[in-house]
Unconditional design. Structure first.
Length: 450
């Protein structure tokens, strides 16, 4: 049996085949491990079993999946327990989210852990990579696995935690270059996890003393970023009040080597920063900078619309085009996107909402009950305002002359040179660029191009 790759020490189950899970599986498979991926999505499983990546915008991933499939090192199944039965190492990368009331939502990972427990065999190593609240690996999932499998942590199976720390559009690069934080239930679990990642990824390892320390470190990273973005946004709003350009302030202030002021923006989105701080908040960190940062960053959409309303007078029956459904530039990911907040508020104001995003099809955009708009469409001439929410590369050289009726451009990422807009007799509004330009480029409320 030891010579059978299906039961060898080099057999891995990767549970959860999203963007990060599939990339991990493909990298492991190309580094000599037999990998069985498990996912509840039939289309995802079918695609992988044909050697095709269902993720199309992650550089290098499609090639790795095809190679792993060709070498018979990567397969996929909907039967998580079966994949676990045939593996000695189980990597769990199933998302934990927050619901509309910001309560931690474990529904997907709870189900995955139940299936893992059903298929677990003695001697296995389970590593959670999903971002978790401190204590979840041991207390929520370890105990559930014990309950269902009848096996004991530290005796019958090993347990480790190593958070994913990668960034979309460069996951493979980050897996090679970022240190891998690893914590174990005990010394044996830690040693096994370190041994695995040394061979599977070959990256630098940072071993920490406990599972909880490793869990805490990942959430702390995201809280740090959220708090510092909130500081930049708070300063930007104050700069508007004092008629100061925040971009100049950042350049000047950050020339001091201990100053690292972030750039302000229209909001914070994605799977990480707007979600993971709640893993601390929901565990008791209910006052102080962490919850305050969440409040500030989530209010930036309202603040941006308020600045626009000073120019437009009202959004009622106005045609508003939002550039970017994605939460950030050059990715296809709408999770917690600021665009969703903008859509909600603009609907309340009875605006006519249009959305363009080169990453999404028209049908995908229509799912948000807004109208998709191609930039070649004649309707662009009827837009009253444009909001730049995600600054995709396609917008870098966008010719705003086509927006002949446009009265203002809200540059939510402070990426467009102001004179590119104001020379067209439109108002340019940014985040933290002062109030002095609120009427610049306008002629008694009219547009000479309209």
């Amino acid at each position: 049996m030891a010579d059978n790759p299906q039961t060898s020490t080099e057999s891995i189950a990767v549970v959860g085949l999203g963007k990060i899970g599939l990339t991990l599986a493909a990298v492991f498979a190309n580094n000599g491990f037999h990998v069985r991926g498990a996912d509840i999505n039939e289309a995802v499983v079918s695609s992988i079993n044909q050697g095709i990546s269902h993720i199309t915008n992650e550089p290098g991933l499609e090639k790795l999946v095809a190679q792993a499939h060709q070498n018979n090192m990567l397969s996929a199944t909907k039967q998580t327990s079966e994949a676990v039965k045939q593996s000695n190492i189980i990597i769990v990368i199933v998302p934990v989210l927050v619901d509309d009331e910001n309560h931690t939502d474990y529904q997907f990972i709870d189900q995955a852990v139940l299936e893992i427990a059903k298929g677990l065999k003695k001697g296995s190593l389970i590593i959670f990579e999903t971002t978790l609240s401190p204590g979840d690996t041991r207390n929520r999932f370890g105990t559930k696995i014990e309950e269902v499998s009848g096996l004991k942590m530290g005796k019958d199976f090993s347990l480790a935690y190593s958070p994913e720390r990668v960034y979309s559009n460069r996951i493979i690069q980050d897996l090679e270059s970022y240190p891998k934080v690893v914590g174990g239930l005990d010394e044996k679990s830690l040693a096994l996890a370190k041994q695995f990642y040394t061979k599977a990824l070959g990256c630098e390892l940072i071993a920490v003393s406990t599972l909880e320390t490793a869990e805490f470190s990942k959430v702390a990273e995201c809280v740090y970023r959220d708090v510092n973005i909130a500081l930049a946004n708070e300063l930007a709003m104050f700069a508007d009040e004092k008629n100061v350009d925040m971009s100049e302030v950042i350049t000047a202030s950050n020339s001091q080597p201990f100053s690292h002021i972030h750039h302000p923006g229209i909001g914070v989105g994605g799977h990480c920063i707007p979600i993971y701080p709640y893993f601390f908040i929901n565990k008791g960190l209910t006052s102080g900078l962490t919850p305050l940062a969440r409040t500030i960053n989530d209010q930036m959409a309202d603040y941006s619309l308020m600045k626009m309303e000073r120019v437009l007078g009202s959004f009622r029956n106005k045609n508003i085009l939002i550039l970017g459904l994605s939460y950030r530039e050059n990715v296809k990911e709408p999770t917690k996107s600021t665009t969703l907040l903008l859509i909600e508020k603009l609907k309340e104001e009875k605006a006519n909402i249009f959305v363009h995003d080169p990453q999404f099809t028209a049908n995908e955009i229509e799912q948000y009950a807004v109208r998709p708009l191609q930039l070649e469409d004649a309707l662009v001439e009827e837009m009253d305002a444009v909001i730049i929410q995600a600054f995709h590369k396609e917008y870098e050289n966008l010719d705003f002359k086509a927006f002949t009726n446009c009265k203002l451009v809200m540059d939510g990422r402070n990426k467009i040179k102001k004179d590119k807009i104001t020379t067209l007799n439109m108002t340019h509004i940014g985040i933290g660029n002062g109030r002095r330009d609120s009427n610049e480029g306008r002629n008694n409320g009219s547009n000479s191009n309209g």
